[in-house]
Design a protein around this ligand. Structure first.
Ligand code: C2E
Ligand code: CA
Ligand code: CA
Ligand code: CA
Length: 279
């Protein structure tokens, strides 16, 4: 029983707070895929030095007819366990690619944009997925070099052999690869340089505390230096304040993402945001 659920809150349509929180199960997710209840929001990535947009990250959402908006932390794990994660990846690409192709043309004045897609560890070792990705890309006319696949550090290191196989296949097709949530796992430098990543994303936990923690700033600087010496781009995720942005500029971090610049947005909101960037 939720003691915060005042009658006035419920009358205002804050949802059935008296019911236990909805725990989605595999058939719910399958139904969501079938009925196209999943959709994609896009968060801009910006060049630290100039503040100009460099690309977008696609982030999946589930609009449930009865339970409202469900964020990925509540269903990606389930999707992986239920064997539905590849269907989600393909649904995201199916939705995003043709639109992104059009957007890149419409906003050509903003330079070459990239599109980042999150890919699950459970998809490692699935050659069929790669064929499907290559086909979707070709059909929508998006060059593979504009697509960045993000894999978390833990995923890459849990199964280094499978990771190397999948990542190498993607690289051979010309896709870019990004090591997500860097700094949270236990990868050795050796493993890192063996994998063909073109970008490192500094985990939000360090970035969020940069303004107040000397230690976090040291970690961020160290990862940025590492990226530079390995010829990789570094992206700081979760930038929320101007002081952190200034620090990232000072140490030469390439790219940033976070609420300071823009939240993940629906297509409509995103095009409004892009219009402002052009203005
Ligand atoms: P992630 O890939 O590390 O994505 C970044 C998360 O941080 C997103 O949460 C984003 O909304 C949030 N974020 C961005 N800027 C800020 C900020 O300034 N402050 C704070 N507090 N948060 C910020 P989201 O969208 O809930 O996604 C959570 C995770 O779910 C993602 O983490 C990713 O691992 C996973 N995910 C999302 N979409 C997909 C997908 O299509 N496929 C797969 N396999 N995983 C996905
Ligand atoms: Ca990501
Ligand atoms: Ca991340
Ligand atoms: Ca994350």
């Amino acid at each position: 029983f939720d003691t915060n659920a005042t009658p006035s809150k419920m009358a205002l349509g804050f949802g059935p707070a008296h019911l236990p929180a909805f725990k989605p199960a595999a058939p719910d997710l399958q139904a969501a895929l079938d009925q196209k209840h999943l959709f994609v929001v896009y968060q801009p990535k910006i060049h630290c030095a100039t503040g100009r947009v460099s690309g977008l990250e696609a982030l999946v959402r589930w609009q449930h007819p009865d339970h409202g908006l469900i964020t990925p932390d509540r269903f990606i794990c389930l999707a992986e366990e239920a064997g539905l994660i590849d269907s989600i990846t393909l649904a995201v690409l199916h939705d995003a690619l043709p639109w992104f192709a059009q957007l890149s043309t419409d906003y050509g004045g903003l330079g070459e944009l990239t599109l980042s897609i999150n890919i699950s560890a459970r998809s490692l070792g699935r050659p069929e997925l790669i064929d499907a990705i290559v086909n979707l890309c070709a059909r929508s006319g998006v060059s593979p070099s504009r697509l960045i696949f993000e894999l978390t550090e833990t995923a890459a290191m849990d199964e280094p052999v499978a990771a190397l196989t999948l990542l190498t296949r993607l690289r051979v097709h010309g896709f870019m690869l990004s090591l997500d949530d860097f700094g949270t796992g236990y990868s050795s430098m050796l493993q890192l340089v063996r994998l063909p990543f073109s970008e490192i994303k500094i985990d939000r936990s360090f970035v969020a505390s940069a303004a107040t923690s000397q230690e976090s700033r040291a970690v961020i600087r160290c990862i940025t230096d590492l990226g530079r010496s390995l010829g990789m781009k570094t992206t700081a995720e979760g930038v929320e304040d101007a002081a952190t942005h200034a620090y990232l500029q000072e140490i030469g971090c390439d790219l940033a993402q976070g609420y300071l610049f823009a939240r993940p947005m629906t297509r409509q909101l995103l095009t409004n945001w892009m219009d402002q960037q052009l203005a």
